[in-house]
Every structure is written in C-alpha cells, then in structure tokens.
Design a protein around this ligand. Sequence first.
Ligand SMILES: [Zn+2]
Length: 76
Amino acid sequence: MSTETKAVPDEPAKPELEPTKIFKCRDAACRAWVREEFATEQQVCPICGGPMLRSIRHLPAIPGVKKKRKAPVKRK
Ligand SMILES: [Zn+2]
C-alpha cells in the first residue's frame, strides 16, 4: 500500500494537480502534447506530425473548469 499525501495545508500557493488524460508525441525528443479533450480521434503531433500516444499527466486544475459540477448559484 502506498501512502498518498493528501492536501498539504502549509502550501496554499501550490496549485492542485490532477491526473489528466493527454496525448503526447511518440517522439521523445518532441515535447508536444495535447489534452485528450482537445484531441481528435486521429490526433497527430501538431509539431512534427508524428503519431501520438495516450498518457496521463498531472496538470494543475484549470480554475473555472471543474469536473461536471453544478455551477454555483449566483447571488444577488
Ligand atoms: Zn512531435
């Protein structure tokens, strides 16, 4: 069992990273990658035009783009 570190209250400046599905270029020398949500089924590398592989990358959560959650009720 691995002990996962949960939110550290002492580091508020650190953005929360969440595992995000991405496609990355198969060429290790090419660092291109795209989020899966922006990729097409036959996604090719936008830089070298080569094939891309599915991968997971820990990316900071985009503020405002929450996972399928109800939008907060606007108060007035
Ligand atoms: Zn590439």
